[in-house]
Design a protein around this ligand. Structure first.
Ligand SMILES: NC(=O)c1cnc(N)c2cc(Br)sc12
Length: 323
């Protein structure tokens, strides 16, 4: 029955039952040679638990299979070890924090600092590998080092060329998302079919991509915005703005709202300009990303244990609950 039909108590009981069932199934899957159920059954129950937890966050328990560190790799998917870790990103929640971050960064280098300022798409990170211009491997972020092979599913997603305009060996990263209109239509359909609805477009995109049934993925109208080339030295790309232009030239969907900002004041002006447009965008965004534009300087600044020093996400205040 739809998640919206559950009372908090029922949701908590149903979640407990799902956790027990899922851990029984995954124990059998990983320890015994014969799984107890089809992957698709496991995935469906896993998603039901995710949907319930999405609608009733306080029923989430630390031992829930959905809470494994860094997003566990679902059974049924081949694992992919990323060539370069897919790090997450630090974030700030106010202009004052953003200015502090900018001051600290400028204190770390004598070089000129300019920022490529980009919208933070509310989807899930993906990695795409091309060999001689052919798309050969697509994967999720997973825990940052090991993700899931979702190549077949990504072949159904708009904005991902199967063949590049040049026979390049290249690896690119971006965000896969479900457009708001597709999200609304999907939830209406699920509601009518008595299936649990998705809590938000990001969950819907994740659930649609991490599907073992590619036909389901194909039906979900997913799209991407690409924003990162992991091996730019194979190209004459030395800045992030050039990387974005190159991605577009190669046939990838690139978000049109990026801007080169010379100072943090320019970034704040960009944020103030873009924030009111948020509700009119065809896709969800949850903030703005600043990246040091010069790629050599990014390397020089490096990463902390968890996140790069050369980029930060300014997160929008949580949107008032949609009625
Ligand atoms: N434009 C960007 O760099 C960008 C956009 N949307 C996102 N969700 C993310 C996440 C990381 Br990590 S970077 C980035």
């Amino acid at each position: 029955k739809p998640v919206s039909a559950y009372s908090a108590t029922e949701a908590s009981e149903k979640a407990k039952e799902l956790r027990q069932t899922l851990s029984k199934y995954s124990a059998a899957y990983y320890t015994k040679d014969a799984p107890l159920v089809e992957d698709s059954t496991y995935d469906a129950l896993y998603r039901d638990l995710q949907d319930l937890e999405g609608a009733f966050p306080d029923i989430i328990t630390p031992d829930s299979p959905t809470q494994k560190v860094g997003g566990d790799v679902l059974p049924g998917f081949t694992k992919v070890t990323h060539s370069i870790p897919m790090l997450s990103m630090g974030d700030v929640f106010s202009f004052d924090e953003l200015r502090e971050w900018d001051t600290r960064l400028r204190g770390n280098t004598d070089a000129e600092v300019a920022y490529s300022t980009e919208l933070k798409i509310d989807g899930l990170a993906i990695d795409l590998v091309y060999e001689k211009g052919q798309f050969v491997l697509g994967s999720t972020r997973g825990d940052g080092n090991i993700g899931e092979d979702i190549t077949k599913n990504l072949l159904t997603v708009a904005g991902i060329p199967k063949t590049l305009k040049e026979p390049l060996n290249i690896e690119v990263r971006g965000e896969c998302y479900m457009p708001k209109a597709a999200f609304e239509a999907l939830n209406q359909k699920r509601e009518l079919a008595g299936q649990p609805v998705f809590a938000n477009p990001r969950n819907a995109a994740a659930g649609s991509l991490r599907q073992l049934d590619t036909q389901v993925t194909k039906s979900r109208q997913l799209a991407v915005f690409m924003y990162f080339i992991t091996k730019p030295d194979t190209l004459t790309v030395t800045t992030q703005t050039q990387a974005l232009a190159t991605l577009a030239d190669l046939g990838f969907a690139v978000n049109p709202n990026s801007r080169l900002c010379a100072t943090v004041d320019d970034v704040i002006a960009y944020i103030e300009e873009k924030t009111p447009l948020r509700d009119n965008l065809a896709y969800g965004i949850d903030g703005v990303v600043l990246k040091v534009n010069d790629l050599a300087l990014q390397q020089q600044l490096g990463n902390t244990v968890k996140v790069p020093r050369w980029e930060i996400a300014y997160k929008f205040p949580p949107e008032e609950a949609h009625t």
